[in-house]
Design a protein around this ligand. Structure first.
Ligand SMILES: [Zn+2]
Length: 107
C-alpha cells in the first residue's frame, strides 16, 4: 500500500467516525436538554433509554470501523495490529512502519 492510499483509507475511516459521533450527539445530548422538564421517574426512564441507544450506536460504530479496517487492509501484515488509531496513523505516515512491531507497512 502506498502512503497516499493509506491516507485516503484513514480519511474515509475518520469520516465514518465523525458521522457516528454526530449521531451520538444528536441522539443523546440534544434530548437530554429537555429531561429537566420531566418529573423524576420519567427523567430516569428517558436517561436509561438514551444510554441504551448510545451504547447501541457506539457498538455499531466500533463494528463498522473494525469491518472497514479489515476490509481495506488497515492492519499490519506482520503483527495484525490495527493501523487506524489517530496516533498510529501519524507514525505510519511519517515512518512507513507499524507502530506496534516496527516492520515496514507502506511502500
Ligand atoms: Zn506490526
Amino acid at each position: 500500500m502506498t502512503k497516499q492510499e493509506y491516507r485516503d483509507l484513514v480519511k474515509a475511516n475518520t469520516r465514518i467516525l465523525y458521522v457516528y459521533v454526530a449521531v451520538l450527539i444528536a441522539l443523546n445530548f440534544v434530548p437530554l436538554m429537555f429531561v429537566s422538564s420531566l418529573d423524576i421517574g420519567d427523567a430516569i426512564r428517558c436517561i436509561v433509554a438514551l444510554l441504551l441507544v448510545g451504547l447501541t450506536v457506539t457498538a455499531a460504530m466500533l463494528i463498522h470501523i473494525t469491518y472497514h479496517a479489515n476490509r481495506n487492509g488497515l492492519r499490519c501484515p506482520h503483527c495484525n495490529a490495527y493501523l487506524i488509531p489517530v496516533g498510529a496513523s501519524y507514525i505510519v505516515i511519517a515512518s512507513g512502519n507499524c507502530p506496534q512491531c516496527g516492520e515496514q507497512v507502506l511502500e
